[in-house]
Each structure stands twice: as C-alpha cells, then as structure tokens.
Ligand binder design. Structure first.
Ligand code: NAD
Length: 288
C-alpha cells in the first residue's frame, strides 16, 4: 500500500499539545491541513505556536523564509466540523474521553466522503471501542504520535478488531513518507509504549511518595545515569498530568484493575489542583 498523495487534505481535530504538532508534521510533508478545535481561539493559538517555533529556525538560518511561509500557509483554520468535509484523512487529537471521541467520529463519517480515513491519536483508549457504533469502523485506525510530534520519530499504527488492514497499511506508509518510524500493533491497553512506560511513572511516584528522594533527584538519576532522555517527573510535566493520569486510569481499568497499573494519588492531587505541568506553568516543577 502506498502513502496518501500530497494532494490529500489532512484535517486535524484538537489543536492542543499534540494536534498543533501533528498539523506541522503534515504541512511540512506538503499537505494542505485544516486545523479545528472546539474551543474558541484554540486553533489559531495552535497555529501561532507552530509559527513561533519555526520562526526561531528561520532566525537561526536552519529554515528558509520561503519554506516557512509555504508551510504556515498550508495550515488553514476551520471553524466547524463540517468544514473538514474535503479531508481524505482526519487525525483526531482531542480530549482522552471515549464518549467524546465516539461522538466526533460518528459526526465525521456523515460529513466526509466514504473513502476518508479516520485516525485517532488516543494514547490508551481502545481503537475497537472508539470504532463501535460507527457505520464504517473499518475506516478507523490509531495513528499515535509522541510528544513533541514534530521531533519524535515513532508513530504507533493501531488496528482495532474491525480496522481494514489496507487502511492500517496506508497510514503506516503515510507516516513513513512523513519521515516517521511507524510500527504496527493491535489495540491492546496502552498499546506498546504507554503500556511499557506505566511502571516508569508509577514506581517513580511511589519512590517519591515514600520520601526516598525528590522528583529532581529521581529525574537526575534516570536521565544522567540511567540513559533516559528525560526523567519520569519532567516527562509527566511535559505530557500533561490530565493526559498522563487519564492514560493510567484507562490502562488500569482495561486490565480489570490490575494493581500493577494503580494510578497515583500524588498525580491525582496535581490534576485536582489544575497543576497540569508545563502547559499550565506548574506541575511537579514550577515553570513560572
Ligand atoms: P490538549 O489538552 O493539549 O489538547 C486537546 C485539544 O482538544 C484542546 O485544545 C481542546 O480544546 C480540544 N478539544 C477537546 N474536545 C474537543 C472536541 N470535542 N472537538 C474539538 N476539539 C476538542 O491534549 P493533548 O495532550 O494534545 O492530547 C490530545 C490527544 O492526544 C489525547 O487523546 C491524548 O491521549 C493523545 N496524546 C497525548 C500525548 C501527550 O504527550 N500529551 C501524546 C500522545 C497522544
């Protein structure tokens, strides 16, 4: 199966941490991108964030002004779901809630053409469950980017029970054409990375909760001696505690409350306080 051609319009729904980065990746690959967010002003903020990041590359001579103008010019803001009708691929990067994702996809399959591919960037929800209730669950696939999407090479291509293998193949080939390193997997809780990474976060939070060491010490050990690019606390602050906590809860529930995946009260406290990490200026660390 070949990659989607550059003429395919890509819609990205949700212009937060992930959606804005995914829009940048698709636009950099030459696609016209429609960026939509349900919150007023969020899509513009997402595109402005991309523009700000890339203008630093122009200033440092790593990107031509003409390439910058062309890339930003390929990201158009959409003001409704209906405006996404021309898309051949829709990538959803909205809130990590099954009911909300199901509702958005069921509206999309009525708005877009029958050949549209619907992709979810969910970190942990079942692709099979998101597709339940769709008329064409075979057109739905997981396309799981990592944060920050423009920099991280890995993309997990996740098939639910009903996903058409040709759809998964097309997304695999497209991710590769966008310069990513895709991997295919079936929809199991947390897929590959978020399953394997659960103990990394959980044990670090237990060590901290037991008073053994501070987040800064644990991060320094894992980063400077353990060979990890980021320590667990700084990584959770980057991901966002609302997102990370939702993923842990989802994996915990999906494995019938297996206590290996028990969510952390320390992280719940951060979520309750609205200290969601970098995006709110405070998490385990203070970014003010
Ligand atoms: P975020 O909170 O930064 O952004 C989500 C955006 O979606 C917000 O701007 C919000 O206004 C918008 N939104 C919410 N409901 C919507 C709806 N019904 N229609 C349109 N827009 C809506 O979240 P994020 O971190 O970008 O995560 C988005 C998705 O990507 C989640 O499924 C998450 O699990 C997944 N993900 C996150 C990360 C990460 O590190 N943050 C990594 C990989 C995957």
């Amino acid at each position: 199966m070949t990659a989607l051609p550059n003429s395919t319009v890509i819609a990205v729904i949700g212009a937060g941490t992930m959606g804005a980065g995914i829009a940048q990746v698709a636009a950099a690959a030459g696609h016209s991108v429609l960026l939509y967010d349900a919150m007023d002003g969020a899509a513009a903020k997402g595109r402005d964030g991309v523009a700000r990041t890339l203008s630093k590359r122009v200033a440092s001579g790593k990107m031509d002004q003409a390439d910058y103008d062309a890339l930003i010019g390929r990201i158009a803001l959409a003001d409704s779901l209906a405006a996404l009708a021309p898309a051949g691929l829709v990538i959803e990067a909205i809130v990590e809630r099954l009911d909300v994702k199901q509702s958005v996809f069921s509206q999309l399959e009525d708005l877009c053409g029958p050949e549209v591919i619907l992709a979810t960037n969910t970190s942990s929800l079942s692709v099979t469950a998101i597709g339940a209730g769709l008329k064409r669950p075979d057109r739905l696939v997981g396309m799981h980017f990592f944060n920050p999407a423009p920099l991280m090479a890995l993309v997990e291509v996740i098939s639910g029970i009903a996903t058409d293998p040709a759809v998964a193949q097309a997304i695999y080939a497209t991710a590769a054409a966008w310069g990513k390193k895709p991997v295919q997997a079936k929809s199991t809780p947390g897929f590959i990375v978020n399953r394997v990474a659960r103990p990394f976060y959980a044990e670090a939070q237990r060590v901290y909760q037991e008073g053994a060491a501070s987040p800064a010490t644990i991060d320094a050990v894992m980063r400077d001696c353990g060979g990890f690019r980021m320590g667990p606390f700084e990584l959770m602050d980057l991901i966002g505690h609302d997102v990370n906590f939702a993923v842990t809860n989802s994996v915990f529930d999906a494995y019938f409350k297996d206590e290996r995946f028990l969510p952390s009260l320390v992280q719940k406290d951060l979520v309750d306080a609205g200290w969601l990490g970098r995006k709110t200026g405070r998490g385990f660390y203070d970014y003010a």
